[in-house]
Ligand binder design. Structure first.
Ligand code: UD1
Length: 452
């Protein structure tokens, strides 16, 4: 019944409007748990890849076409930010029944070099316009993002890398202003003291149009960085060491347009793998790429979950009997921080005690009190959480604090007896394309309830 109330629009343009409204709405997701999930579940384009591929459009006056872009609130917000900088965005005939869409972006002329506070505070990834604006226009003014629910999240490494390439950085009134002497970055070398995905991305996008050569050491190696490098190379960039922690970028005078398909979302795929495991079901994660997911798949296998790599994706099956794990988050290729909350939910049903250590973000256990309210037995001491498996979880109203924490509550709800209500669904809309639709198609009893 509820599905009818909240049926999604059949028009792509209307959908964009709905998503924007949803980010402000107080929708809830209701789940009646304990149904094993079975069937085929399509994996969307990666949110974190999309958010670094979109600003690449600023690097050329020619059109950049991105395929397999996930339909997410964050992607829409990034599109709106780019519109404000003078980039035109056109969504091509996506059929409503398809996942993903095709967007052509064109920055014929950059009309503004400022990312204002109001946009950056709502979406941290807005900081990723800093590098490309600096490269293309010789200057950028971007609001400092500030902290967020999962930690302080400074951007000092973004700025230090740009400075090492010759940018002049000034901070005043909550904004960072970066400029390039004589309109172009001379080049240089930077060694990251801590691996940073976003700082590597910003530095890469600034470096591709530098006058000289830029070298990044201890760079992030996440698959989303490889995706970014591949698009930049398709646009004419010259990058050596793709996939390694040392990237050498030989600056080019100009880049040209390209058409590129966003990689599959390894975190979405990992999240639904946990859904199969916690409900004792079997899901075919269509389109998932096992090569990007070694640490996630190894952890699932260690937990006793059957994982089969196929030509078209990954099949994850479980009899519901889960073994406890010892896991520590770390930069790629190790176990990702973006999967910590979902594994924690899964391990609440394991046969024994698991130990999880979060090494990337200092405040990423906000889901623990909510899982505990559903009957989980979890103790946190600093960066380490001990999860003692329980026989049953019980549905409850719960409150999500961030994107992956929200997903951990959905997973717990899928395995819990009775009804779970997950509040603050706008977090999920930022990062999981049509979550209720995908889950109900494989047997979940799940619906979105809107207060109006
Ligand atoms: C990206 C992902 C996020 C993921 C994270 C780690 C996007 C949009 N977001 O976030 O989903 O959880 O990578 O895989 O792709 N740090 C500094 N100074 C900086 C930058 C980072 O100290 O200038 C620290 C952070 O506080 C954190 C660590 O470095 O402790 C890693 O952060 P980083 O890799 O930069 O995360 P994001 O790029 O923000």
């Amino acid at each position: 019944m509820f599905a009818a109330l909240c049926r999604r629009s059949r028009s792509p343009s209307l959908r964009a409007t709905q998503l924007t409204l949803r980010t402000q709405s107080m929708d809830r997701i209701h789940i009646r748990g304990c149904n094993p999930l079975n069937g085929r579940l399509p994996i969307s384009g990666a949110k974190n890849a999309a958010l670094t591929l979109l600003p690449c459009a600023l690097l050329t006056d020619e059109p950049v076409t991105l395929r397999n872009l996930p339909r997410l609130a964050d992607v829409d917000s990034f599109g709106h930010l780019l519109n404000q900088l003078g980039v035109s965005t056109m969504i091509e005939g996506a059929r409503p029944e398809d996942f993903g869409r095709v967007m052509t972006l064109r920055a014929g002329r950059v009309t503004s070099t400022e990312a204002p506070y109001d946009i950056v505070r709502k979406m941290r990834a807005s900081i990723l316009v800093l590098g490309p604006l600096l490269a293309r226009a010789g200057e950028a003014r971007v609001s400092l993002p500030g902290g967020c629910a999962i930690g302080n999240r400074p951007i000092d490494l973004h700025l230090k890398a740009l400075e090492a390439f010759g940018a002049v950085i000034e901070i005043s009134a909550g904004y960072v202003r970066a400029s390039a002497p004589d309109g172009g970055l001379p080049g240089g070398m930077f060694t990251f003291p801590v691996v940073s995905v976003g700082a590597t991305e910003n530095a890469l996008m600034a470096a591709v149009l530098a006058k000289g050569t830029c070298i990044l050491e201890n760079a992030a190696r996440e698959p989303e960085i490889v995706d970014l490098c591949r698009l930049l190379v398709a646009m004419g960039a010259d990058i050596e060491g793709i996939g390694s922690d040392k990237l050498t970028i030989y600056g080019r005078d100009r880049l040209h347009g390209a058409t590129y398909s966003v990689m599959p979302d390894r975190i979405e795929a990992g999240s639904y793998a946990c859904a199969a495991a916690i409900t004792g079901g079997s899901l075919e994660l269509a389109g998932a790429n096992a090569d990007d997911m070694h640490a996630i798949l190894a952890a699932l296998r260690d937990a006793g979950v059957d994982v089969q790599e196929t030509k078209g994706g990954i099949i994850v099956s479980s009899d519901g009997k889960l073994k406890p794990l010892t896991l520590s988050t770390a930069p790629f290729p190790a176990f990702p921080t973006d999967m910590q909350a979902q594994f924690m939910a899964m391990l609440t049903k394991a046969d024994g005690a698991s130990v999880l250590t979060e090494t990337i973000f200092e405040n990423r256990y906000m889901h623990v009190p909510e899982l505990t309210r559903m009957g989980a037995d979890i103790g946190v001491n600093g960066r380490t959480a001990v999860v003692r498996g329980v026989d049953r979880l019980v549905g409850a109203p719960v409150m999500a604090t961030d994107l992956r924490a929200s997903m951990s509550l959905i997973l717990a709800g899928l395995a819990a007896e009775g009804e779970t209500q997950v509040n603050r669904v706008y977090h999920l809309d930022r990062g999981y394309e049509r979550l209720e639709e995908k889950l109900s198609a494989v047997g979940a009893d799940i619906e979105r309830v809107s207060d109006g």
